[in-house]
Ligand binder design. Structure first.
Ligand SMILES: [Zn+2]
Length: 380
């Protein structure tokens, strides 16, 4: 029995996966919910999983012992692999390296997947509406491209939906223009704002969000208004979007793309460590909600892992960037817990391409184009 069938067999899924992946959705999804948290913006092990030095004590001391802890997850040192945010995120979502292409015409750093993402595999394997397969993003426009790939066999019909401040602004400007009652000046300003938003993200308004996501934004607007001053900022906003989404939309697969530790590129190292602590607080809210809500309790797997590491260069002005292909920029980790997941520390190196197949195995589909295999020993 090879590693793959061992892992799947131990989940009781080998039989259902022996057949080729069907071309179309094949019925209701009955597996566990999965919340994939990108502990993102690039973090080093030193400030996150080091037992004594961590700035994320909830992650390290409460969550890691709840399941499978992979302290030595690695981004492979392949030719052309960048240790960066979009790249690492797409490694996590496709289970491959370099499975993207540059989608930018005028702006830098727009990668779109060229291989199926977990969202697409899941919706192709099961009948799950788009609003229950969610990507929660910050406001970086380069991350608005991850909801579906550019390949022939997967794509827009099996995409996830995205919740981000950018998407909210698209909703708000559309509604405000439709509602009318504006002065000429206000209308022109709004039209300009909307044009700017659509230029940043040409795919943002195509197709329109589902009615459920429209209703989500209507409630958000009621709560936070049109001025943009009342909603939380940065990664706290992602936590707010994610917890509301869990309550209101009940996603079966949700990825939360935290990113603020990356502000260390431009500033003081304390921005980095504070941002790690803010993500740790976000994790507490997400996990507490899942532990308390009957829809999630005992039926939800959390997978927490960074997009990339950061450099460790004490001589540089800002000692930890992540663009120098250094060893510690390749060094990440993963914490996985929930029903069916074993407890313990994986004491061998695991490749980052294992994350997508592990999630696939937990949810009962095969990420057929992934290069990695599910983490051996992660499952009970
Ligand atoms: Zn960065």
């Amino acid at each position: 029995m090879d590693r793959r069938s061992f892992t799947l067999g131990s989940l009781g899924l080998a039989a259902s996966l022996a057949a080729p992946v069907p071309a179309r959705a094949q019925g209701a999804y009955r597996g566990p919910n999965v919340v994939l948290v990108r502990f993102g913006g690039g973090v080093r092990r030193a400030e996150t999983i080091d037992e004594a030095a961590t700035w994320a004590p909830y992650l390290r001391h409460s969550l890691a012992p709840r399941g499978t802890f992979v302290p030595d997850l690695r981004i492979d040192k392949l030719e052309g692999v960048n240790t960066s945010h979009a790249e690492g995120t797409l490694n996590l979502l496709t289970g491959r390296y370099l499975a993207y292409r540059d989608a930018s015409e005028f702006l830098q750093d727009r990668l779109e997947p060229t291989e199926p993402t977990l969202f697409e595999y899941l919706r192709r394997s099961f009948d799950i509406p788009s609003h229950q397969v969610l990507l929660i993003n910050g406001e970086r426009p380069q991350e608005e491209f991850f909801t579906f790939g550019a390949g022939d066999h997967f794509g827009i019909d099996v995409r996830s939906e995205m919740l981000s401040l950018h998407r909210y602004k698209l909703y708000r400007t559309r509604m405000q223009l439709a509602e009318g009652g504006l002065t000429d000046e206000a209308r022109v300003a709004l039209e300009e704002e909307r044009t700017r938003l659509l230029t940043t993200d040409p795919r943002g308004a195509t197709p329109d969000p589902s009615p459920q996501v429209e209703a989500f934004w209507a409630r958000w607007r009621q709560g936070f208004g049109d001025d943009g001053l009342r909603n939380p900022r940065g990664d706290r906003l992602l936590t707010e979007l994610a917890t509301r989404a869990m309550t209101e939309l009940q996603p079966r697969l949700m990825m939360v793309n935290y990113q603020d530790p990356d502000y260390v590129h431009w500033g003081n190292p304390s921005h980095y460590t504070r941002a790690i602590a803010v993500i740790d607080e976000g994790l507490q809210r997400l996990v507490s909600l899942a532990d308390a809500d009957p829809f999630y309790r005992d039926n939800t797997i959390f997978v927490i892992t960074p997009d990339c590491g950061r450099d460790a260069n004490p001589l540089a002005e800002v000692p930890f960037q992540h663009h120098f292909n250094s060893r510690s920029a390749h060094e990440v980790w993963a914490v996985i817990f929930g029903p069916g997941i074993g407890k313990g520390v994986v004491d061998t190196p695991i490749d980052q391409s294992a994350v997508a197949p592990t999630i696939a195995a937990a949810m009962g589909f095969a990420a057929t184009r992934a290069e990695g295999t599910a983490i051996e020993g992660a499952f009970l």
